[in-house]
Design a protein. Structure first.
Length: 381
């Protein structure tokens, strides 16, 4: 049997590793990614802050070969579930089981003039460009926020604002910098509930960051350095940092996997798509929660879903009990000053239970995140 895994990010990488361990040698595990390197996104903001070099948070995907996983460096251009074939720039492959883990694509072009004008930290290269822009910034108006929903890691833009505030304080120029945070969301991290949202909003405001919820970005005017929002509001800026719009990759849509939904609808327990033996995990998948909200796009879920899918494909092939994805996840919230918060939640619970762990903001969580980064990269590469 051959399992083809599309995407070597968090979800695809973990699936490939676990499946290889669980299956006997006669079964093939093949992973395709257009990149040659894996980049550890939870550390991108640390790279922007100058706390990590790219070499510390990237790993070669060719390392998969040593584990008996066939790695193909190629771009997926067509997925045909009817013939069970996938076309890539490095050839065509057939499969018995397919795991689609192609993530969400960044689409800055969806907002007029955003490309090339707004900085972001959603790719390693962009995070390094933002690092240079921040280092060269000596004062003025910072506009930071979210251009549209959904986006990966609901906490990341809030962490970015707090870390930039910390950076300018350390440089002694905070009094020369004003901060406006904009987002189409009604509150920070709506899926986490009003208590956590209020806590983050208060944290921003205590640090002198003005918070503008329900501000849906319409256009960026790079010449005037001005943002326009759908209800007519305007925000001027000297430095613009905006989470770009996200999209499902076209190749996934063209395969008929989305059925008109923004991402790939899957069974919330098994991550099965509507096609036989085709799974979608991580950011590319759409998991609806009991109240209609979507499970956030986060690595912690991509990882947990990968475990379930690897286990169940192996159980199908070799026999054994199946397991279910339980919707549990957690996230760190970096706040600067060497501190962080930590939230964990049961996203399938009704009502959802998301809690901030005590101590609410502490050095402990910051150290825990450092440990997690080191452990994750060691464990999976
Ligand atoms: C700044 C930042 C901080 C974050 N912090 C956290 C955090 O602290 N905790 C957390 O849980 N999550 C965090 N996340 C979110 C997390 O990174 C994603 O949710 C996670 O990576 C999703 O995993 P995935 O496998 O679905 O997709 P990805 O990791 O995005 O992997 C998708 C892969 O598919 C490949 N690909 C895409 N299209 C093609 C194609 N056509 N052909 C071939 N290959 C293709 C890509 O190259 C990529 O390697 C953060 C994200 C960002 C940007």
């Amino acid at each position: 049997m051959k399992t083809l895994i599309l995407g070597g990010g968090i979800g695809g990488h973990v699936t490939a590793n676990l499946l290889r361990k669980k299956l006997s040698k006669e079964h093939e595990v093949l992973l395709v990614d257009k990149k040659t390197q894996y980049e550890f996104s939870p550390s991108f903001l640390w790279a922007t802050m100058g706390w990590r070099k790219p070499s510390q948070i990237t790993r070669n995907l060719s390392a998969l070969e040593k584990k008996g996983i066939k790695y193909v460096n190629g771009e997926v251009s067509n997925i045909d579930p009817s013939t069970k074939t996938v076309k890539t720039s490095a050839g065509e492959f057939n499969y018995d089981y397919l795991v689609v883990a192609l993530g969400a694509e960044l689409a800055p072009y969806a907002i007029p003039e955003m490309s090339g004008v707004a900085h972001h930290f959603y790719e390693l290269e962009a995070s390094m460009k933002l690092k240079d822009a921040v280092a060269g910034f000596s004062g003025g108006a910072v506009a930071i926020g979210v251009s549209s929903t959904p986006f990966k890691c609901p906490a990341a833009p809030y962490e970015a604002a707090l870390l930039l505030d910390y950076h300018f304080r350390k440089r002694g120029i905070r009094d020369k910098v004003s901060f406006q945070f904009f987002t189409p969301e009604p509150q920070p991290m709506p899926v986490a509930g009003p208590r956590i949202g209020n806590m983050i909003r208060q944290m921003l405001e205590m640090r002198g960051i003005s918070y503008h919820p329900n501000f849906k970005l319409a256009t960026v005017n790079g010449a005037k350095r001005e943002l326009s929002f759908e209800k007519g509001e305007k925000i001027g800026y000297d430095l613009l940092v905006a989470v770009p719009p996200h999209r499902v990759p076209n190749v996934v849509k063209d395969a008929g996997l989305t059925d008109g939904a923004p991402y790939v609808p899957v069974d919330k327990w098994s991550l099965k798509t509507k096609y036989d033996n085709v799974y979608a995990i991580g950011d590319v998948a759409l998991v609806k929660l009991f109240d209609g909200m979507a499970l956030p796009k986060a690595g912690v879920f991509a990882h947990a879903q990968a475990k379930v899918v690897a286990h169940n494909i192996a159980a199908d092939i070799e026999g054994g009990e199946k397991v279910k994805f339980d919707g549990k996840g957690n996230c760190f919230i970096e706040t600067g000053f060497g501190k962080a918060g930590f939230a964990d939640g049961e996203f399938y619970a009704e009502p959802r239970a998301v809690n901030i762990k005590k101590p609410s903001i502490s050095r402990i969580w910051h150290w825990e995140k450092i440990w997690f980064e080191k452990y994750w990269l060691w464990r999976w590469f």
